[in-house]
Design a binder for this molecule. Structure first.
Ligand code: PPS
Length: 353
C-alpha cells in the first residue's frame, strides 16, 4: 500500500511542515503526499489526508470479531474544519443515519428509508429534493463552501433528521452509540463499486487521469473515503445492535420486497403488500432515474456551477450487479479480489455477487 511521506501527527502535538501547522486533539492525520495520492486529487479537493480517531478504545461500541482497529479514512484536507464538530455532534434518538462507502446504494437507501419513516409521503418526496430531505453531513468538506455548512444544516434539520454519510464508524458522532438513533448501512461488492466510482470521480469530481490510474489508486486506498473493506467490516461488527440495519446493494437488486419488509420492521412500520409493491415500483431503477427529486439533478447543477463546466452524466448509470465484467480487465479484477479477500480474512462477512 502506498503511504504518505509526512508523518502522523500525534495527539496534542503541533508540527510544522512547509510552514503549516498540523494539530488536532481528537484525530491523528497525515497529509497524503505520494505521487499516486496527488494523482487522485481533483479541482474540487486538491489535498488529501488520511485521518484516524486518535483513541478509539473507549468510544467505539463493540470491537467485534478479531478486535479490529477502526478504519481510517482518506478525506480532503478541508475535512479538518469539520472533523471535531461531526464527532461531537448532538445526536437525537429519532435521527436516521444512512451510512455507506460511496457508490454502494446510498441514494437508493436514502429514498427508501425517508419514505418508510415518513408514512410513504410521496407528495413531499416529489416536491423536496432528496439532498434537502437527507443532508450529506460531510459534503462541505468535499464540494466546498458553495453548499454552505452541511454540518450546520444537519444541526438545523427538522426532526426526525435524515442524514447521509460516507464516513467510517470511527469518525461519526460518538453519541451514535449512547443515544442509539437508527443507522442503516448498505454494502456493495467492491468490483462494481470500483467501476461506479471511476465514472463518478471522472464526471462529478473532475478527475482527469486515466482509468488505470484511478483503479490503481483505489486498489492502494488513495481515493476519497477509502478504504472500503474496513469501512464495511466496522459496520458488519455492529450489525447485531438494535439500532443498526445492515443491507446490501445486491440484496436490494435481487429481493427488494424482502429488503423493504426488513427495513419496515426495523422502523417498526407496518404497510400493506399493496403499499410495498407501490414503494418497490417507486424505488425501481427506471423510476428513480426519471425522478428529478431523487436523481441528483440539483446536485449535478451545483457541481456544474462550482466547477464551471457542463456535466454529461446520469447519476443513475446502470444500477446492476456484475457490471465490472464489462469494464475491468481480468488481471485487475483478480488483484482487487485478492486485496478484498486479504482484508476479509477471518471475518464472517462476504460481499454478495
Ligand atoms: S453516492 O454518490 O455514493 O451517493 O452513490 P450511491 O447512491 O451510493 O450509488 C450510486 C449507484 O447506485 C445505483 N442506483 C441504483 N441501482 C438500482 N436501482 C436504483 N433505484 C438505484 N439508484 C441508484 C446507481 O446507478 C449507481 O450505480 P452504477 O453501477 O454506477 O449504475
Amino acid at each position: 500500500m502506498v503511504r504518505a511521506c509526512i508523518e502522523i501527527c500525534p495527539i496534542f502535538v503541533t508540527k510544522s511542515v512547509g510552514g503549516e501547522h498540523f494539530s488536532k486533539k481528537m484525530f491523528a492525520y497525515k497529509l497524503m503526499d505520494s505521487r499516486q495520492a496527488r494523482e487522485m486529487t481533483t479541482e474540487l479537493h486538491d489535498r488529501h489526508i488520511e485521518i484516524n480517531l486518535s483513541d478509539a478504545s473507549t468510544t467505539i461500541p463493540v470491537r467485534g470479531e478479531l478486535d479490529r482497529k477502526p478504519s481510517p479514512c482518506v478525506l480532503p484536507f478541508k475535512y479538518l474544519e469539520y472533523a471535531d464538530r461531526i464527532r461531537n455532534l448532538t445526536v437525537y434518538e429519532d435521527d436516521v443515519w444512512v451510512v455507506t462507502f460511496p457508490k454502494s446504494g446510498t441514494t437508493w437507501t436514502q429514498e427508501m428509508v425517508w419514505l418508510i419513516d415518513h408514512d410513504l409521503d410521496y407528495e413531499t418526496a416529489g416536491k423536496v429534493d432528496l439532498n434537502v430531505r437527507t443532508v450529506f453531513i460531510e459534503a462541505s468538506a468535499v464540494i466546498g463552501d458553495y453548499l454552505g455548512d452541511t454540518v450546520g444544516a444537519v444541526e438545523n434539520l427538522v426532526r426526525p433528521r435524515h442524514i447521509k454519510s460516507h464516513l467510517p464508524l470511527a469518525l461519526l458522532p460518538e453519541q451514535l452509540w449512547t443515544v442509539k438513533p437508527k443507522i442503516i448501512y448498505c454494502a456493495r461488492n467492491p468490483k462494481d463499486v470500483a467501476v461506479s466510482y471511476m465514472h463518478h470521480y471522472r464526471h462529478l469530481h473532475g478527475f482527469n487521469g486515466t482509468d488505470e490510474a484511478f483503479l490503481e489508486g483505489l486498489l492502494n486506498d488513495q481515493v476519497l473515503w477509502c478504504p472500503q473493506v474496513p469501512h464495511t467490516l466496522d459496520f458488519w461488527n455492529v450489525r447485531h445492535l438494535d439500532n443498526v440495519l445492515f443491507n446490501q446493494f445486491e440484496e436490494m437488486i435481487k429481493d427488494i420486497m424482502g429488503v423493504l419488509r426488513k427495513t419496515c420492521s426495523f422502523f417498526k412500520k407496518s404497510y400493506t403488500d399493496e403499499q410495498l409493491v407501490k414503494l418497490a415500483e417507486h424505488l425501481s431503477f427506471d423510476m428513480m432515474k426519471r425522478n428529478p427529486s431523487a436523481n441528483h439533478t440539483q446536485l449535478l447543477k451545483t457541481l456544474e456551477t462550482v466547477r464551471n463546466t457542463t456535466i454529461n452524466f446520469s447519476f443513475m448509470r446502470k444500477g446492476q450487479v456484475g457490471c465490472y465484467k464489462d469494464e475491468l480487465t481480468p488481471e485487475f479484477t483478480q488483484r482487487l479480489q485478492e486485496h478484498v479477500d486479504r482484508q476479509l480474512a477471518g471475518s464472517s462477512f462476504q460481499y454478495m455477487e
